[in-house]
Structure formats: structure tokens, C-alpha cells
Design a protein. Structure first.
Length: 138
């Protein structure tokens, strides 16, 4: 799959840059690009750096600065973020995954985005329901 997607990169680039394709059309034409693995590979093809590992390492690098920024925020947004951050204060041995989760949730609040529109929790959900929701998004 990676080899085929690499060979067709220039064709895809011409289509994206030259045509105003709807997301549904693009999905129909290039369905592989809607998988997490291929999203990461396409980013690497465009920028020559790995997307996910670079993002996570930079997120870890700036965690303390993010926490300082979020702690200084006031108002209703600050209160919601403080609620997320109490999880970090209560447990001194918080996993890296949990820290990342808290930082990303706080960042969403800080930027004024809607958490339900960006994050769907599918823990203990039937796989058919997940696929159904994903198809509805496209």
C-alpha cells in the first residue's frame, strides 16, 4: 500500500492543488488516505518528517510551559482546565499518555473549540457503531 501511495503522490498533489474536490469525492478517489497510518505516511511524503512521533515529542517537550499557560487562564475556561489538571496534581506518577490527554483537552478548551465535536470516546463500543459514525462524518 505504501509503495503504491508513494508512486501516486504527484498525481494526488496535482488533484488537490488544481481541483476543488469535495471531501466525499477525495475519499472515493483515495480511500487509503483516510486511515491513520496513511495520514502519517502522506505527511511524511509531503514534509519528510513523521507526523505523530514529532507531534508527541514536541507536546512532551512543552508540557511544563503548557501547564503554566493553562494555570494562568481565568474565567470559566480556566476553571474547566483546572478540573482537567487536578488529575495531574493528585497523582505524582501520572503516565505520559495521561499527561498528553490532559494537555490536549486543556488546549482544546484554551482555543475555544468544542470537545464533543473533536473527540469521540468509543471505549467499549461496538465496532459497527464506530464505523457507522465515521461514515457519517465523511
Amino acid at each position: 500500500m505504501n509503495d503504491m501511495m508513494s508512486r501516486t503522490y504527484s498525481c494526488r498533489r496535482r488533484e488537490v492543488v488544481g481541483q476543488s474536490m469535495q471531501v466525499a469525492q477525495f475519499h472515493e478517489r483515495w480511500p487509503a488516505l483516510f486511515s491513520p497510518a496513511q495520514i502519517n505516511e502522506e505527511f511524511r511524503r509531503c514534509n519528510t518528517i513523521p507526523l505523530e512521533s514529532t507531534f508527541m515529542s514536541q507536546l512532551d517537550r512543552f508540557t511544563s510551559k503548557f501547564l503554566q499557560l493553562f494555570s494562568s487562564k481565568g474565567g470559566a475556561v480556566g476553571q474547566r482546565m483546572k478540573g482537567f489538571m487536578t488529575e495531574l496534581r493528585l497523582d505524582q506518577h501520572v503516565s505520559v499518555v495521561k499527561k498528553r490527554d490532559v494537555i490536549l483537552r486543556c488546549l482544546i478548551e484554551y482555543l475555544g473549540e468544542s470537545v464533543p465535536e473533536l473527540i469521540s470516546d468509543y471505549y467499549r463500543t461496538a465496532e459497527t457503531k464506530v464505523h457507522q459514525d465515521l461514515r457519517a462524518e465523511i
